[in-house]
Design a protein around this ligand. Structure first.
Ligand code: PMP
Length: 397
């Protein structure tokens, strides 16, 4: 296991996890108790063709057998190819296949978080990540964003504050590219700053990147993980680029952490759906998936453009919104005095739905925000929906 130079440096006073701390120090109590099972280690040996195995309790089936909890080796290799678009040079042994990236996040939380640990996230952030951190009994601190993503000074201040309060942050959870819910992308310059800030504070990064390949203007963004693979756990998914119902995602982490994640996955689900893995593997091997993705981007770009056009055409003065370069979402800020939670039933009565901003904060903020998603409806439906919403906002009193 290699550790970057800064992990070997002198401990800093502000950090619970001194900067020279090996990755094992970040493990939760529960992860420390996860040890490889002798039985499962035996299976690897019993698998050799010259061995008559009286060991495993596998059904006598030639197809769709049990497999390893880490996931099919061929698929993991293919996943490394997908991550290469984000600048990550990965090895298959550092990849764990998961049941969507949601399971990856849950496993990371199990392996790294103890009750009371501090997690820093963007404000707003992905609603189900908040659910995962709540289930892990972590304290979530959310840091402000602007058009270029999370604000570095605010992030550094949040780390300093939580350290001063005796609850130093352990993880920074971020969706740097086409964020859910804002659609905002962390700028290249800020990516370097964020890595420096996390490094200095001894904080690990969880980079959630399900939308990175859905870019509608420039090319793919360089992942944080590409520049500091020893500090960043990268989560990816086939949900948005192939099919969510297959439930195939992945985590890429330093080898020492991947081993713990595999143990956690083993106790969660023993092994993956061989059918789902095979489907994704064959798709990537036999189909021109890069070309297919280009046409998916074209169709989402049309929807994005339809939403932006409709917002400009219909929204009353005082309403503002983000302009996403990819992904699924636009984040709307309503005029002073309008509460999105009160607006929602009126909007539904007018025949349009959105998600009020409060769901994306752990602390009640977001009352003046709404997340609009353009991924599913047709462009003409988007136009109709935004027109209805604009009318309801205009009638507010
Ligand atoms: N992270 C983010 C930011 C998401 O938006 C989603 C899906 N909405 C997920 C993770 C979970 O995706 P999956 O289907 O891969 O579990």
């Amino acid at each position: 296991m290699r550790f970057p130079a800064e992990l070997r440096a002198e401990p800093r006073e502000t950090s619970l996890q001194p900067v020279g701390t090996p990755l094992e120090h970040y493990f939760s109590d529960s992860a420390r108790r996860m040890v490889p099972s002798e039985v499962r280690s035996l299976f690897a040996v019993a698998d050799r063709p010259e061995v008559v195995s009286l060991a495993g309790g596998m059904p006598n089936a030639a197809a769709l057998q049990y497999g390893s909890a880490q996931g099919d080796p061929g698929l993991r290799e293919r996943i490394c190819g997908v991550m290469a678009s984000a600048g990550i040079s990965a090895r298959p042994d550092e990849v764990l296949v998961t049941v969507g990236s949601q399971q990856a996040l849950d496993l990371v939380a199990r392996v790294l978080l103890d009750p009371g640990d501090t997690v820093v996230a963007e404000g707003p952030t992905y609603v189900t990540a908040l659910g995962t951190f709540a289930a892990a009994q972590a304290e979530v601190v959310q840091v402000g964003m602007d058009r270029a993503g999370v604000i570095p000074d605010e992030l550094a201040a949040a780390f300093a504050r939580s350290a001063a309060e005796g609850r130093p942050a352990k993880l920074f959870y971020t969706i740097p590219t086409f964020q859910n819910p804002t659609g905002v992308t962390l700028s290249a310059g800020r990516r370097r700053q964020i890595l420096d800030i996390c490094r200095a504070a001894g904080v690990l990064i969880v980079e959630d990147d399900p939308y990175g390949l859905l870019h509608y203007g420039g090319g793919p963004s360089r992942a944080l993980c590409a520049d500091d693979p020893e500090r960043v756990v990268y989560l990816g998914s086939f949900s948005k680029i192939l099919a969510p119902g297959l439930r195939i995602g992945w985590a890429h982490a330093p080898a020492v952490l991947t081993r713990k994640l595999v143990l956690a996955a083993e106790s969660a689900m023993l092994s993956h759906s061989a059918l789902a893995q095979l489907t994704v593997d064959r798709y990537l091997c036999t189909q021109p998936w890069q070309e297919r993705l280009a046409s998916v981007r074209t169709s989402y770009r049309e929807r994005r453009d339809a939403m932006l056009r409709a917002l400009s055409a219909y929204m009353p003065a005082g309403v503002s919104w983000t302009v996403p370069d990819g992904g699924f979402f636009v984040w709307v800020t309503l005029p002073e005095g309008i509460d999105a939670r009160v607006l929602l039933p009126r909007a539904l009565a007018a025949g349009v739905a959105f998600v009020p901003g409060t769901g994306f904060y752990a602390d009640g903020r977001g009352t003046r925000n709404a997340r609009l998603s353009f991924s599913y409806p047709l462009p003409e439906e988007i136009d109709l929906g935004v027109r209805r919403l604009a009318a309801v906002i205009a009638e507010w009193r």
